[in-house]
Design a protein around this ligand. Structure first.
Ligand code: PMP
Length: 395
């Protein structure tokens, strides 16, 4: 096994050397070692990819579709994405110039930051948020400015955005929105987005909008998008990981104004050349013939949400009503104090249920835990039993 030359030690890219390890990964690995633990820590659908999507990939491989795809993506998939965005949001993106296929929304986020941000640029990040954003922004040399939304039920308001832009966010170039949100499950209303769009425009910002959970919204709530209001300054990103249970396929996409997408496609091609052919064929099948898969996923997660939300509230947790994605961000009952890491570790060891400490998601998360209900109904019911026993025994 080779060891790094001593005189090369400490010489790698300092931005990378300074990146913190993911607390989420560390916590997940640590709690995995506890015998009998039920883990509600990770945002990974427990279902498998629908059969018709798998078949499309197999057929594509058998057709010898094994050559470099066009940089922005296969034309059939670009058209399917354009049609999907038109059907679901009523927005109009030209498949030939305004859409780019990526290796998951994660790569799309990297492309967005590399394309928009110079070293030292500020980007506003409403928190609590999926922590990976911070690493991606820092790798691009830019500065994430956290905007704690906990006082506004975990939604960024126009008034708050204005205030931040006049203070710590002064001179920011962009704002990133996650809608529906990981970790809070909160969903922006149309009015909320209209007001934000006005402030974004007044301050000449780019909006990066991560809508990977947009098909997973429950009850009467409807999904709206900044692309419907300010498409001229919005970089939209999404993917199929969550809605079609395709996390391991690594497939996502971006859409935006032609002038911007020219650079986006350039960056994407330098990073990955193009996305795997058979994965693109599977994604085309999902978007063209998968409309029936959404209601199945929605019904499953929606019913689980009800069970978990009711169970948690009964034993003293409170929360801003979760409406989408598959997460509940719950305030720990007051008698346990504010130390969410201590609470989550104790709960994991004693009750054998792993929930993610809220402070791992940035400012505003302290005193909370995130629970992912992308788990089986049995595991969820058993978890609620265990959490209830733990809370009751700590009277
Ligand atoms: N955005 C958010 C908000 C997420 O929660 C995740 C996955 N946890 C991603 C992006 C990444 O998705 P993908 O699998 O498409 O890279």
């Amino acid at each position: 096994m080779p060891h790094l030359a001593k005189n090369l030690s400490g010489t790698i890219n300092h931005k990378i050397a300074q990146l913190a390890d993911s607390q989420i990964t560390t916590f997940n690995n640590e709690t995995s070692k506890i015998p009998g633990i039920i883990k509600l820590t990770i945002g990974e659908p427990d279902a498998n990819t629908p059969e018709h999507i798998k078949r499309a990939a197999i057929a594509d491989i058998e057709k010898d579709d094994s050559h470099y795809a066009p940089e922005a993506g296969q034309p059939q998939l670009l058209t399917a994405i354009s049609d999907y965005l038109n059907d679901s949001l009523g927005v109009d993106y030209d498949p030939a110039a305004e859409i780019c296929v990526t290796v998951g929304a994660t790569e799309a986020l990297n492309v967005a930051c590399m394309t928009l941000l110079n070293p030292g640029d500020k980007i506003l990040v409403p928190t609590p948020v999926w922590g990976v954003y911070f690493g991606i922004i820092k790798m691009a040399g830019a500065i994430p400015v956290e905007v704690d939304t906990s006082q506004d039920d975990f939604l960024l308001t126009a008034a708050h955005l204005k205030k931040v832009l006049a203070n710590e966010g002064k001179g920011a170039k962009a704002v990133i929105l996650t809608d529906p949100s990981n970790p809070t499950g909160r969903v922006y209303s149309k009015q909320n987005l209209l007001e934000l769009a006005q402030v974004i425009t007044d301050n000449n910002l780019f909006a990066v909008t991560d809508e990977i959970y947009s098909e997973l919204i429950y009850g009467d709530k409807k999904h709206y998008s900044l692309t419907q209001i300010i498409p001229e300054r919005t970089l939209f990103l999404s993917g199929l990981s969550k809605s079609f249970a395709m996390t391991g396929w690594r497939i996502g996409y971006m859409a935006g104004p032609k002038e911007l997408m020219k650079s986006v496609i350039k960056v994407n091609s330098f990073l990955i050349t193009s996305v795997t052919d058979n994965v693109q064929a599977a994604a085309t099948e999902a978007l063209v013939h998968g409309a029936a898969d959404y209601p199945v996923a929605r019904a499953t997660y929606g019913s689980r949400l009800k069970i978990i939300e009711t169970g948690l509230r009964k034993c003293g947790f409170s929360m801003a009503t979760p409406e989408g994605a598959f997460y509940i961000f719950a305030k720990i009952p007051a008698k346990f104090g504010q130390d969410d890491v201590k609470f989550a570790i104790d709960l994991a060891n004693k009750a054998k249920v792993a929930l993610m400490p809220g402070s791992y998601f940035g400012k505003g998360g302290q005193g909370y835990v995130r629970l992912s209900y992308a788990a089986s109904a049995e595991d969820l019911q058993e978890s609620i039993r265990r959490i209830t026993d733990y809370v009751d025994s700590n009277l």
